[in-house]
Write a protein that binds this ligand. Structure first.
Ligand SMILES: Cc1cc2nc3c(=O)[nH]c(=O)nc-3n(C[C@H](O)[C@H](O)[C@H](O)COP(=O)(O)OP(=O)(O)OC[C@H]3O[C@@H](n4cnc5c(N)ncnc54)[C@H](O)[C@@H]3O)c2cc1C
Length: 395
């Protein structure tokens, strides 16, 4: 059996590996010329942890994780207003939680392709898929480039992220499924030894209204920053009149020295995108199925996109892997969606509920967040309630 997987992000890499291990021949097509170095820190907990352990990926992820002692909200002068111990967060999140840089997570997952027999999974970078269609034999894709390339397979897996082109080709245009959450997120990494030393082993967030900056110290004097701010302009954002960097400088001015320094060092083209979810009535059509953010983006507010990408991709591999003839494909894809969609829906609902604690709109909401964080330390707080709170606020 042969599969085409579009997108070598976390979901695509895991599906490709699991199908390869099951004996499939897999072509993994990635539009970037090389693995994408840009990234942000991700909390990895929940369903992805269990899935990563089951498929033998967890130890590889743990090996590149960062040690974070606490998540701390700070005021404009850098003084803590509330903090959450990370071990406590891990306990409440079910026992295991890792902090990983997105490109490290991707690289560890890519390295796990070595577990597959040589030749079973072929990864092509610089291979943007531009067209998808099907015939009686299966699915076909056209890859832009020189020379133009057409590939055919029994199954097509669209793991091409929140702005999925496979989704637009096989299902409908993005506007039908993308639900903006009234915010944009930017992320970038800078080299700054002083800030690195100041924030080491802590995840620092500004305790601000309508905008938040998160900072982690990385290895090699680097600092990873993400910035989230309100934006009602929808999926594209109106960036006609200023560059993303200028816009960040305008949006985040006045949040203190550390943020000012970050804005000074911000690259011209940081990662910058709408914060949104993808909500679709169905994830599979004929021999095409979507996985990861392409069909079920939960948004960074849920803090579980990477975790769900791994768990969903591993489940798809479990269900599709044993299929030995094209006749079994359709029911396998239906079964995948039947089992996985409810899990994604729960995470999406949690993401929507967390909007006001993640980005308080006023002082009352900010106070409430401080109170909630402090309450998680009280011995009497019910573990389940606390776990829910942590999932909502401790991104
Ligand atoms: C600022 C921020 C913070 C986040 N924090 C967390 C967190 O703490 N915890 C967490 O679990 N999640 C977090 N997430 C979400 C998480 O990053 C995503 O949910 C996850 O990476 C989705 O993985 P994916 O493989 O589905 O998609 P992606 O990682 O988007 O990968 C899709 C791949 O497809 C490729 N592609 C796209 N189009 C084509 C094409 N036409 N042809 C070929 N290739 C194509 C892309 O180049 C890309 O490599 C965060 C996201 C953001 C933006």
């Amino acid at each position: 059996m042969k599969a085409l997987v579009v997108g070598a992000g976390i979901a695509g890499l895991v599906v490709a590996r699991q199908l390869g291990l099951a004996g499939w021949e897999v072509e993994l097509l990635e539009k970037s010329a090389a693995p994408r170095p840009d990234g942000y820190m991700m909390d990895f907990f929940g369903p992805g942890v269990e899935a990563a352990e089951r498929i033998g990926l967890y130890s590889r992820l743990a090996a590149v994780a960062y040690h974070v002692e606490a998540a701390e909200y700070v005021d404009g002068r850098g003084r803590p207003t509330s903090s959450l111990d990370y071990d406590q967060f891990a306990r409440l999140a079910g026992g295991k939680a890792l902090s990983l840089l997105r490109p490290d997570m991707e690289q560890a997952t890519r390295a796990a392709l070595d577990d597959v027999d040589p030749g079973r999974v072929r990864v092509r970078y610089g291979a943007p898929v531009s067209r998808v269609w099907s015939d009686d034999e299966g699915v076909l894709v056209a890859v832009d480039g020189s020379p133009n390339l057409t590939l055919a397979a029994d199954v097509l897996v669209g793991a091409d992220g929140i702005h999925s082109g496979v989704r637009a080709e096989v299902f409908d245009r993005e506007e039908e499924y993308l639900r903006p959450m009234g915010m944009r997120a930017a992320a970038f990494i800078v080299t700054e030894p002083l800030l690195n030393a100041r924030f080491r082993n802590r995840f620092v967030l500004t305790d601000s209204i309508d905008r938040v900056v998160g900072l982690y110290s990385l290895r090699s004097d680097k600092v990873a920053a993400f910035m989230v701010y309100r934006d009602a302009s929808g999926a594209t954002g109106d960036l006609r009149f200023e560059s993303p960097r200028e816009r960040l400088r305008r949006e985040f001015a006045g949040l203190g020295q550390a943020v000012d320094r970050l804005l000074e060092l911000c690259p011209e083209h940081p990662y910058d995108d709408v914060v949104a979810q993808i909500i679709m009535p169905g994830w599979q059509k004929g021999r095409t199925v979507l996985v990861g953010d392409a069909c079920g983006a939960v948004s960074l507010l849920a803090g579980q996109g990477g975790s769900l990408a791994i768990a969903g991709a591993a489940l798809l591999g479990d269900i599709l892997g044993p299929v030995a003839s094209p006749d079994g494909i359709s029911s396998a894809l239906t079964e995948f969606e039947r089992r996985w969609a409810p899990v994604v829906e729960v995470a999406q609902a949690a993401g929507r509920r967390s909007a006001s604690s993640f980005l308080p709109a006023n002082r009352v909401q900010r106070l409430l967040r401080r109170w909630i964080i402090r309450a998680t330390r009280l011995p009497g707080v019910d573990r389940l309630v606390a776990r829910q709170i942590v999932a909502r606020i401790a991104k």
